[in-house]
Design a protein around this ligand. Structure first.
Ligand code: MG
Length: 250
């Protein structure tokens, strides 16, 4: 009887590699918020000048994350957007928030791609019968990040996937791990969690009772502080012998 039933992953810098992302995050944010701005302007909403709209949204987002991190609650893009539009003086009862989020037109960030071994490892895990999960600390609803997962060929491997924006809690809060395990119908001790952030991915996995694996790709230098991962790897293929060891095959 297999000891491990599921392997769960963080998304950014665990399954997908941000080291060659083109353009900075501020420019990416501006591009998508310009889509929102045009969408609302087309519907005759009275808006502040674009730069002010953008700056105010950015500040609202930073504040929301700062606040959320105090209790590890999740920032929801939809709620953030709704509250922000209200502060711009818009009547949010008259705004179709889903349509605004569609207009935002989230897409793959140029230069971001799966790591060289991501799809190989996912295929091996699937082949071996493991359930595969994903938990990301992202404010976007899952359907937005699915756009990237689909483009990268990752989506079909996932049996459960959650964003903190949807769940209302972010890693390291145990709730989001337990929610994913519930969806996979797997006990914490029968699950492995792989992530790149010690303070979020690993501290949370440890607290929630999963076996933790820190992936530390060469371009990242993470401070461990007092977090102790059960295993540390530098690329995903190294996960395979660890699983064999956990199963008692070696
Ligand atoms: Mg990450």
């Amino acid at each position: 009887m297999a000891r491990i039933s599921a392997v769960l992953f963080d998304m950014d810098d665990t399954l997908i590699d941000w080291s060659r992302a083109e353009g900075d995050i501020a420019a990416i944010e501006a591009k998508h918020m310009a889509n929102v701005y045009r969408h609302l302007a087309d519907q005759d909403h009275v808006l502040p000048p674009f730069q002010s709209f953008l700056d105010q949204f950015h500040n609202a987002m930073v504040n929301a994350w700062t606040e959320a991190k105090k209790s590890w609650s999740g920032v929801s893009f939809g709620s953030l957007l709704r509250d922000f539009l209200a502060t711009c003086g818009l009547d949010t009862d008259k705004i179709d928030l889903e349509a605004v989020m569609q207009a935002y037109n989230w897409s793959v960030i140029p230069g971001v791609a799966p790591f060289d071994d991501t799809l190989f490892v996912l295929a091996q895990l699937k082949e071996a019968g493991y359930k595969i999960g994903l938990i990301t600390n992202a404010m976007q609803p899952m359907w937005m990040r699915d756009i990237e997962l689909r483009a990268f060929g990752i989506l079909d491997y996932l049996d459960a996937r959650l964003t903190s924006g949807d769940v209302g809690f972010m890693k390291p809060h145990p709730f989001i791990y337990h929610r994913a395990l519930e969806l996979l119908d797997v006990a914490p001790e029968a699950a492995v969690f792989v992530g790149d952030r010690p303070a979020n991915d690993i501290a949370g996995a440890n607290k929630a009772g999963l076996i933790s694996v820190l992936i530390s790709p060469p371009h990242l230098n993470r401070d461990l502080a007092d977090t102790r991962p059960n295993y540390t790897i530098s690329q995903l293929t190294e996960l395979l012998p660890i699983l064999a060891e956990l199963e008692g095959d070696t």
